[in-house]
Write a protein that binds this ligand. Structure first.
Ligand SMILES: Cc1ncc(COP(=O)(O)O)c(C=O)c1O
Length: 335
């Protein structure tokens, strides 16, 4: 297991801080200790979890001589914003396909937040209706680029393939080293889980270094069975890329998908409560789609006593830029 075997472009601000959240812990009853791993501070055009994945994906793209990055996501995709940023940083063209996944017609959702930054960084943006075959759409754009003599590199949604997930193998190693240095015994890691690469990379990384720390993914879209199967498959593939698929077992993959609410990218009162609580106790700015939902789940589980006596690390995967796409929905609820 040696990450240095893989080409990597270096642009993330690492290591990201590992910080206690004493005021939020107290607000949740004080029966457990909550810390945060600040992957919202990875530094690429606002940062977030995709930056770590993109270090390896860009490394691969550059090694293959690509001149155009192609990817897809929801209109307010943080992954698309960070891919556009990486392309700008390395002088590559960037073609993105945004899926109207939430069905929102709001001006801010469709023009502000992440999508505004995609345009600002020079990505060529196309939109497609919800439910489109996004893999076919990616392939069609890649064919178009090739037909014009370009060299496309297709990054799957969320950057979630084994190469991208190496970024979260690296994060697992970084987090355990930091905890060891600080004398912090971590009982559990909690993270939002969507396209699965973050969760899978963490599980693979922890398994590969033999750290016995469970990871709880709070789902933002798929039902539990689907999410756990996706994460497990990708964790095994990632560990296999590093030579040790046997280090990941099915039991290591745990997702709770009870907090998705009305659907992907749709907010509710509990998400707004989570956004407000984190902001008002710790000045921690979460996002409406992922970390807000992850924190909604964490808060609910904390109130059920699930974490009693534990030290829990919440992985802040970023996304605050997306808040500005939700202005009209949040307005009037921030009192
Ligand atoms: C802010 C944020 N958190 C969490 C996630 C979920 O990570 P993953 O797609 O690797 O499961 C995403 C994915 O887009 C994200 O943008």
């Amino acid at each position: 297991m040696h990450l240095a075997n893989f080409p990597r472009a270096r642009f993330a601000h690492l290591p990201t801080p590992l910080e206690p959240l004493p005021r939020l812990s107290a607000a949740l009853g004080g029966e457990f200790t909550l810390w945060v791993k600040r992957d919202d501070c990875t530094g690429l055009a606002g940062g977030g979890n995709k930056t770590r994945k993109l270090e390896f994906l860009l490394g691969d793209a550059l090694a293959k001589g690509a001149d155009t990055l192609i990817t897809q996501g929801a209109v307010q995709s943080n992954h698309v914003r960070q891919t556009a940023a990486a392309a700008a940083r390395f002088g590559l063209a960037c073609e993105v396909i945004l899926e109207q996944r939430t069905g929102s017609n709001a001006v801010d959702y469709n023009g502000s937040g992440n999508v505004l930054l995609d345009h600002l960084m020079g990505a060529k943006v196309r939109t497609t209706p919800g439910g489109s075959d996004m893999n076919a759409a990616l392939a069609a754009v890649a064919d178009e680029v090739s037909a014009k003599g370009g060299k496309p590199y297709v990054i799957p949604g969320g950057g979630s393939n084994p190469i991208g997930a190496l970024g979260y193998v690296d994060c697992a190693i970084e987090l355990v080293r930091q905890a060891d240095e600080q004398g912090l015994v971590i009982d559990r890691i909690v993270t939002a889980t969507g396209s699965a690469g973050t969760h899978a990379g963490l599980v693979a990384g922890l398994g590969l270094i033999g750290a016995d720390i469970p990871v709880l993914g709070i789902g933002v879209r798929a039902p539990k069975e689907t999410q756990e199967a996706n994460v497990h498959k990708l964790a095994v593939e990632t560990a296999a890329l590093l030579g040790h698929p046997d280090r990941v077992t099915r039991e290591m993959t745990v997702a709770n998908c009870d907090y998705v609410g009305r659907g992907y990218g749709l907010i509710d009162d509990q998400v707004i409560e989570a956004l407000k609580l984190a902001a008002r106790t710790e000045a921690l700015i979460l996002d409406p789609v992922y970390t807000g939902k992850g924190m909604k789940g964490l808060i609910a589980l904390a109130r059920q006593g699930v974490f009693k006596g534990e030290t829990v690390v919440f992985l802040h995967t970023g996304g605050a830029q997306g808040l500005f796409g939700y202005h009209s929905e949040l307005e009037g609820h921030l009192g």
